[in-house]
Design a protein around this ligand. Sequence first.
Ligand code: AMP
Ligand code: ZN
Length: 127
Amino acid sequence: MVPFIHMNAQLLNSKAHDCVFCKIVSGIIKSDVIKETDGFIVIKDINAVSPLHLLIISKTHYDSIINTDEVFNGNELLQLIKVISQEFGIDSEGFRIVINTGPDGGQTVMHFHAHLMAGRSFSWPPG
Ligand code: AMP
Ligand code: ZN
């Protein structure tokens, strides 16, 4: 695993590191960044499953939560979720956070991200 900040453009563009979220973080793929902190960017999911569906993407490449390290700031992530919920006015109605991990978790993009979904009620248990 190579931290994003240590990647050069050549590696980022190479087949060896063909990661769509690294390309969004680096600006190679254009995207509307809704919010940004030291460690994360927030964008809209291209395939929204709820009226509000955001992705909170770590700037550093980790394949999944399994590969995160001591530099990964989980508290920054939780505080960011709180701030987003206040700014989007979903803190009273609520929302769902999902971090799909690995094959059983249904993860399709192997770069750490959390889904924030809101604007409708969600059932439990998930499918
Ligand atoms: P997961 O299945 O948890 O790995 O989620 C990956 C998510 O990334 C899916 O909900 C996709 O719709 C979303 N996604 C993939 N490519 C893009 C993109 N270029 N811009 C925004 N969202 C994307
Ligand atoms: Zn990546």
